[in-house]
Design a protein around this ligand. Structure first.
Ligand SMILES: NC(=O)c1ccc[n+]([C@@H]2O[C@H](COP(=O)([O-])OP(=O)(O)OC[C@H]3O[C@@H](n4cnc5c(N)ncnc54)[C@H](OP(=O)(O)O)[C@@H]3O)[C@@H](O)[C@H]2O)c1
Length: 216
């Protein structure tokens, strides 16, 4: 069984992923800058399923077999760089979106390398970066009774790692992994999150991505 660490896992995004991973039987470590805060957050999550959720420092979470990055975009590179050694030869999943709020809209920010996944790939040359979970609404993710039935767009240059992440996603209740292709798609996938959230703000909704026409 794969252990999964989530850097910045105490936020809504990390908690949502953790709940559904634990439900699928994974042992999840929520990483934080503050181990006590992570322990408190983990203790407040009701786990349903055979997995578990514990809290720890980010460095501890980075020791897991697969690691998800769930910090705000402007701290993601610094966070992974601090644990670069622990991430060597591992699949690192980025769910990070660089976004800025302008009035009623959320707009994408394009970092110098075009996407946050590319920024992380540059910061972690000895790891394999895969993008996933960008478009998911955190609150619905954390509530296993929300009825969520979402597709998760997955990208990355390593086909084996993409498939591994797709299998992980498929095992999570309410989610279906859809491999889109290479890292070249990263900026489009991340930027589309701004469209999703802006739609939800405008329509006072909690919509999410479900692709029509796929044969699962
Ligand atoms: N929210 C969503 O619905 C959603 C959905 C998909 C993807 N995402 C993406 O997932 C990421 C996290 O989203 P979120 O809403 O959970 O964000 P968040 O609550 O603002 O941040 C997540 C965690 O990151 C840590 N953090 C905050 N500032 C930091 C800093 N300067 N340096 C290091 N760590 C810091 C905090 O943990 P500690 O204080 O415990 O260290 C915090 O709990 C974002 O990149 C977002 O674009 C979000």
């Amino acid at each position: 069984m794969t252990t999964v660490g989530i850097l910045g896992g105490t936020g809504p995004a990390g908690r949502g992923v953790a709940v559904r991973l634990a439900s699928a039987g994974y042992e999840v470590t929520l990483g934080s800058r503050d181990a006590q805060r992570a322990a408190d957050v983990a203790a407040g999550i009701v786990v349903r399923g055979s997995g578990s959720i514990r809290g720890a420092e980010n460095a501890d979470a980075a020791g897991c077999e697969l690691v998800v990055v769930a910090t705000p975009w402007d701290s993601a590179v610094a966070t992974v760089s601090a644990v670069r050694a622990q991430l060597t030869d591992k699949v690192v999943v980025s769910m990070v979106n660089a976004l800025v709020r302008e009035g009623k809209e959320l707009l994408p920010i394009y970092p110098p390398r075009g996407s946050m996944a590319a920024q992380l790939a540059f910061a972690l040359p000895d790891s394999v970066i895969v993008g996933a979970f960008h478009h998911l609404p955190a609150r619905e993710m954390e509530d296993l009774d929300s009825g969520l039935d979402a597709d998760v767009v997955i990208f990355g240059d390593d086909a084996t790692a993409r498939t591994r992440v797709a299998e992980l996603v498929d095992s999570m209740p309410g989610l279906t992994g859809v491999v889109a292709g290479s890292m070249s798609l990263a900026s489009a996938v991340e930027a589309f999150t701004a469209v999703c959230i802006s739609i939800n703000i405008r329509h006072k909704a909690h919509s999410y991505v479900k692709l029509a026409g796929l044969h699962h």
